[in-house]
Design a protein around this ligand. Structure first.
Ligand code: XBP
Ligand code: MG
Length: 261
């Protein structure tokens, strides 16, 4: 049995990007009087860059109407990012973003079984707080013993910093935890810290693990925790993914076979 589940937020706890962060970035552009708008496809490409402020800077580098100096772009990125996070918090409070199916059930099961919960994300702390409050109420945040965000780990995924800090805070070895992730950068970060990864494909990274070998080393990959269908390796039951299934996958995971052979 894993002793802790370490959750990514964006794309994993909830589908936050397309209808949450993207829409909020566009509100920020509008509030700042800028004509820029990020459509669904463009935003998907920008997601290669982790971190909202970094994403803004990356986009500005290709815009002739962005400030010419690095300092000017940096200042604008900070202003827009703050506006975006405020707009995101409003959207989330209105219920525009929900937990992905099967997430709540697995969180509840962990609580009942004494499996510890943590968050390791590249997003800003205010975004995590807004989501937990809106979806899980006052009791939401305290359910996660460790919550590490962009402010705690400035070297963003795929850098393993946030996962290493999470293991440290939990006082656990990597093999005692399972990371739940959705993106190639998240997978790389968790794997580089040695944590087995459960991958739930999200809207923007649905096809990111297509070539054979792209998801090498994962504990399992599937479309979501709500169903046991379509997972690789196959789940033993068609119902939602629970702790018993995680335990089964951990037993046969190559990392554990190596460690305990
Ligand atoms: C999440 C991110 C974040 C969010 C937006 O990546 O890259 O930048 O898109 O949040 P992951 P901020 O799911 O791998 O943690 O604007 O606060 O960065
Ligand atoms: Mg993610």
């Amino acid at each position: 049995m894993p002793r802790a589940l370490i959750w990514d937020v964006d794309g994993t706890l909830a589908e936050t990007e397309r209808d949450g962060h993207r829409v909020a970035f566009n509100s920020a552009f509008e509030a700042a009087g800028l004509p820029w708008r990020w459509d669904v496809d463009h935003y998907g490409r920008l997601l290669q860059v982790t971190g909202g402020r970094e994403r803004l800077l990356h986009d500005m580098a290709l815009r002739p109407d962005a400030p010419a100096s690095a300092a000017g772009r940096e200042l604008l990125a900070r202003t827009l990012h703050a506006l975006k996070n405020a707009a995101y918090a409003r959207l989330v409070a209105q219920g525009q973003v929900s937990l992905r199916p099967g997430v709540r059930e697995l969180l509840d099961e962990c609580a009942a079984a004494g499996v510890r919960l943590a968050i390791a994300t590249t997003t800003s702390r205010s975004n995590v707080q807004a989501l937990l409050q809106a979806q899980l109420g006052d009791a939401g945040a305290p359910r996660f013993e460790v919550v590490l965000c962009a402010e705690d780990a400035p070297r963003k995924k795929p850098d393993p910093q946030v996962y290493r800090l999470a293991l440290q805070a939990l006082g656990l070895a990597a093999r005692d935890a399972v990371a739940v992730e959705d993106s190639p950068a998240g997978l790389a970060a968790a794997r580089a810290s040695g944590i087995p990864v459960l991958l739930t494909r999200s809207v923007y990274f649905a096809n990111a693990f297509q070539p054979p070998g792209a998801a090498d080393g994962v504990l399992a990959i599937g479309d979501g925790l709500h169903s046991g269908q379509g997972w690789s390796p196959a789940a033993s039951a068609p119902g939602r993914i629970g702790l018993t299934q995680l335990k089964d996958w951990l037993k046969t995971h190559p990392d554990n076979m190596r460690c305990c052979a």
